[in-house]
Design a protein around this ligand. Sequence first.
Ligand SMILES: Cc1cc2nc3c(=O)[nH]c(=O)nc-3n(C[C@H](O)[C@H](O)[C@H](O)COP(=O)(O)OP(=O)(O)OC[C@H]3O[C@@H](n4cnc5c(N)ncnc54)[C@H](O)[C@@H]3O)c2cc1C
Length: 447
Amino acid sequence: MQTERTIVLGAGFTGLGIATVADVPVFEAERFPGGICASYHREGFRFEIGGGHWIFGGDPLILRLFDRLVPLKFYRRRSAVFFAGGLQQTVHLRGRFVDYPLQNHLHQLGESEAQAALQSLLRAHRNGQEPVTMAEWLEKHFGEYLCELFFFPFHERYTAGLFREIAPQDPYKTPLQLEQVVAGTFGKSNSAVGYNVQFGYPANGLNVLAQKLAEPATAFFEKRAVHIDPDQKIVQFSDGSTTEYDRLVSTIPLNHLLRILGDEEQSLSEPYTSVLVLNLGVELPPSEHARHGYHWLYVPDSRTGFHRVGYYSNVDPAFLPEKYRDPQRYGSLYVEFAFRGGEKPVASVVERLMQQTAEELRDLGLIQTVLVADVTWIEVAYTWQRPGSRWVQEQRERLEKMDIFSVGRYGRWTFQGIADSFKEGLVIGGQIAALQRVPAGRAGMER
Ligand SMILES: Cc1cc2nc3c(=O)[nH]c(=O)nc-3n(C[C@H](O)[C@H](O)[C@H](O)COP(=O)(O)OP(=O)(O)OC[C@H]3O[C@@H](n4cnc5c(N)ncnc54)[C@H](O)[C@@H]3O)c2cc1C
């Protein structure tokens, strides 16, 4: 029987899923598995490369597998909108927390604001026009009032200004049920909605789970693919080595894949945003306000431009070093900023941003002293598409004809979490394993 060589690019959770099922070599650019789901330590503080990565959703059997490899702990989400007061329309709310989701807790804005927000939301629902962009989708669902107050400025920051030109994405992240909005206007709020009401996290860190998943795999690290010759079916790596393949499964971002195939023009087609994560180990001020206990805060109006502040230590004090393991006094935070793809700030700008962010968090009464600060950069963090775009579909179909399969969250240019990425990997791994059991070269689809 003719043997075919299938290889995989990337040992993130999609690549690890593939390697769990199929006996295929995986080539990973970094020294470690897990992709953007990787924990690391600085002076005893446990941080994550991509900010807090919590395992939400997930099929029960996948969660059991994870739990067998590294015990999972489960948490009930506590999150809120936090107004920093940096905009004219939010100055009066400076320092105020409103439980997530905002639309279900309108009474926390105060009576007259809640009434105005509700009326505007109900008016928007009577508008029959089909939204085309994300901004239009937000306005149709939440109304002008809440959009001005929160949704527009938040999405301005979160999408680095793209939300007026991209198609709506992931409505599940912003749940909306009118009965709950009305109940929340009059004080009967419901927080237990949305995609991550409960989430899990490996007791010893996400990197340990990735390492356990990678252990049985045939994985090669520090193998960054820099060029693919689709005619010769050869991948070249940054260390100068090469490997041949019959079928290439890529989990790296689609635009990067096109670039290393030499298709520079196509690789620039659809927008994406990068995320700068500022990881902080801090001493908290002695106030109730600073000890709010939320796992993360959505911020629409920060002066420095961050859109989310997460608290590793409010999820679990184990993120703190032993000598500071008192979440009433110390905290570990991740602060996220979005940038348009290709607009990476230079080191001096990042340095200034770090200082200004620490000052702003101090002014807001959220931190007292910074003990440790570290910055990470996720080049392709969120992928977007313009309305009606067929770029992803066309590129993936074109690649398939060359026996290159672009899969996973970034390969398909979509949104999904860790557990679903791993599940997609398992499905693809199953397909590869099934194909490997059947002699090649019989079907007309294959060249
Ligand atoms: C800011 C942010 C926060 C998130 N928070 C959560 C969360 O809380 N919970 C959740 O479930 N999900 C979260 N996600 C989503 C989650 O990170 C993804 O679903 C998951 O990481 C996708 O895994 P992947 O393997 O498809 O991609 P990746 O993790 O990106 O893996 C791709 C791998 O390919 C490697 N690679 C890249 N280029 C090359 C190359 N040229 N050659 C070889 N290897 C290469 C990379 O190093 C990487 O290891 C978040 C995402 C972002 C951006």
